[in-house]
Design a protein around this ligand. Structure first.
Ligand SMILES: C[S@@+](CC[C@H](N)C(=O)[O-])C[C@H]1O[C@@H](n2cnc3c(N)ncnc32)[C@H](O)[C@@H]1O
Length: 288
């Protein structure tokens, strides 16, 4: 192998007469093995302590990306194919349990899951809302939970930003047997959709709102709902994932602004009981 440079000990090398700099060391290049060994217990402790988070990362990022590349489909599309071949059309409960089964045994879906699902179902049944608004449809799992618990004549508007995900959710919702008059799927970003809900979708108030899109947008969207007078006094706002990944500014606002009564349902991520999470339940006292 030849390399295109002048050997440094050659008489023609100009560097021979100048003081040579030591070659640059890479990061940690001159680190003694003793220092490396000193950090080893810390690294091992972190790996052991956060092994569940590490495994979650592997399942939701690495394995998912690999399967996306190999199949040419996205996870929601693969989940829908499974539902088509394994679930009973027209039976939302069966479709919901089929998605749970697929997520536990095949690929981690990152949906709400059965434990949080029970909290949601119980609240919808208890509050019997005429109108529900959901932000963050994803594949339609929580949409089906809400839709099947609605009182007769109840209506659900669900908002999904990603058109390809929304296409899957639309098919799943219709497969479960809900028509447009019961469940309307709106494709768009929450911040653009909320100001048009009254004029374009005939929603004057939502007695129950599920925030399930991105925790970092919860506060912004809650304030948008307030500003557009879409929350009647007594309305329930449920917010998923307030502890993991977490919505500290949203919780802080809800607890301190004086307009909400706040309750936290402690749960965990589906299939990861060691990763603690929570659903916040706010009760709106009205603007006064
Ligand atoms: C965690 S998933 C929702 C899970 C779903 N509620 C379930 O359990 O089946 C979040 C979804 O919100 C959507 N999303 C993110 N930001 C959004 C926004 N600003 N407006 C509407 N949808 C959004 C994402 O595309 C994703 O599909």
């Amino acid at each position: 192998m030849t390399r295109g440079c002048i050997p440094q000990d050659s008489p023609s090398c100009p560097l021979l007469f100048t003081k040579q700099k030591p070659p640059a060391q890479g990061p940690g290049g001159d680190m003694s093995p003793a220092i490396v060994l000193a950090f080893l217990p810390l690294v091992v402790t972190l790996l052991v302590r956060y092994r569940h988070h590490f495994w979650l990362l592997v399942r939701t990022v690495l394995l998912r990306s690999l399967r996306d590349c190999l199949s040419g489909l996205r996870i929601e599309e693969r989940a829908f194919s499974y539902v088509l071949t394994h679930a009973l059309p027209g039976d939302p409960g069966h479709i919901i349990t089929t998605l749970d089964h697929w997520s536990s045994h095949c690929e981690y879906l990152g949906h709400m899951g059965p434990v949080k699902g029970q909290v949601l179902t119980r609240l919808v049944e208890e509050k019997a809302p005429v109108c529900v608004l959901e932000l963050g449809t994803y594949c339609g799992y929580s949409t089906l939970l809400i839709a099947r618990a609605l009182p007769a004549g109840g209506r659900l508007l669900t908002v999904e930003r990603d058109p390809r995900t929304a296409l899957v959710a639309e098919k799943l919702i219709r497969l479960a047997g809900f028509d447009e008059s019961t469940v309307e799927l709106i494709v768009g970003s929450s911040e653009e959709v909320i100001p048009c809900l009254r004029t374009q979708h005939g929603l004057s108030r939502a007695e129950l709102v599920l925030l399930a899109h991105r925790p970092r947008y919860y506060l912004r969207d809650l304030q948008l709902l307030e500003a557009h007078a879409l929350l009647p006094a007594g309305a329930t706002v449920l917010a998923d994932h307030v502890l993991f990944p977490g919505a500290p500014r949203f919780l802080q606002y809800a607890k301190s602004c004086g307009h909400y009564r706040c309750r936290l349902h402690h749960t965990s991520l589906p299939d990861f009981p060691a990763i603690k999470d929570g659903i916040a339940q706010l009760t709106y006292a009205g603007p006064g």
